[in-house]
Design a protein around this ligand. Structure first.
Ligand SMILES: [Zn+2]
Length: 255
């Protein structure tokens, strides 16, 4: 069993061959996945997929890069969707200082609004962080995000920051980068964070693991992430697959 906690099967890159991608995922042992929507079109598609496939769940929120586009109606819509039985988390939300489409103060405001919404609907949050670790940690603390907790998605920070997030009730999710030869930090995180606090993901179609780096990523490749973590921790692949699946089910309150 494998749980891909962050997949964008709602991306247009999967329009042509979604059924084959899903078949390969099942063959690789993927038993559950969460499809993440982060704007109007991708949320709509995530909901369609969650309603069509029993093993697919949805996470709905607004991406920080597009924070400037989010309206009050969008926020209200996300709140309504949160009541849907297949919606298991709010996000991805957070801060992205790599791109400057949305000014920092607007990103922060939209991030805070979504944390408050998640607390209201009692769902965990999925955090996107790019070059903004300090501000993310500060806002999570100020907003009392530990109350709902959630996931630091495709975590790329230090083991020290990862521990700080674990103390705030967050799971650390590792993706393709942990398999890259030169990825020192994700490997340290895999080594130092207890297995009970780790999740695995693809973030497909992005960030394909070695040896597919640079190609389109897909949920079946999450197996490579589990194998890498097992190697780093000196555990069996089965132990990592089982533990990360149970962690994800606990995080998303899935039976
Ligand atoms: Zn994502």
């Amino acid at each position: 069993m494998l749980f891909d906690t962050h997949a964008h099967l709602n991306a247009e890159q999967f329009n042509e061959d979604l059924e084959e991608v899903i078949a390969r995922a099942k063959e690789a042992g993927v038993t559950n996945m969460v499809v993440v929507g982060f704007d109007r079109p991708t949320i709509t598609r995530a909901m369609e997929l969650a309603e069509s496939y029993e093993f697919i769940y949805a996470c709905v929120g607004w991406h920080p890069v597009d924070a400037i586009d989010m309206t009050e109606e969008d926020l209200k819509w996300i709140e309504e969707l949160a009541a849907h039985p297949k919606v298991v988390a709010i996000g991805e939300m957070g801060l992205d200082y790599h791109w400057d489409k949305s000014p920092k103060d607007i990103q922060k405001e939209v991030f805070r609004k979504q944390i408050r919404l998640a607390k209201k609907v009692k769902l965990p949050i999925v955090i996107h962080n790019r070059e903004a670790t300090q501000d993310i940690v500060e806002i999570l603390k100020e907003e009392g995000a530990a109350e709902v907790g959630g996931i630091m998605h495709c975590f790329s920070g230090s083991a020290e920051t990862a521990k700080e997030c674990v103390n705030m009730n967050f799971y650390i999710s590792l993706g393709g980068p942990v398999t890259f030869k030169n990825a020192k930090k994700p490997k340290e995180v895999a080594a130092e964070i207890p297995l009970g606090k780790l999740l695995i993901e693809t973030d497909c179609p992005y960030l394909a693991p070695h040896p597919y780096r640079g190609k389109r990523n897909e949920p079946s490749y999450v197996k490579l992430v589990a194998e890498q973590i097992a190697e780093i921790k000196g555990l069996t692949y089965e132990e990592v697959a089982e533990a990360t699946t149970q962690n994800a089910k606990k995080c998303f309150a899935i039976n």
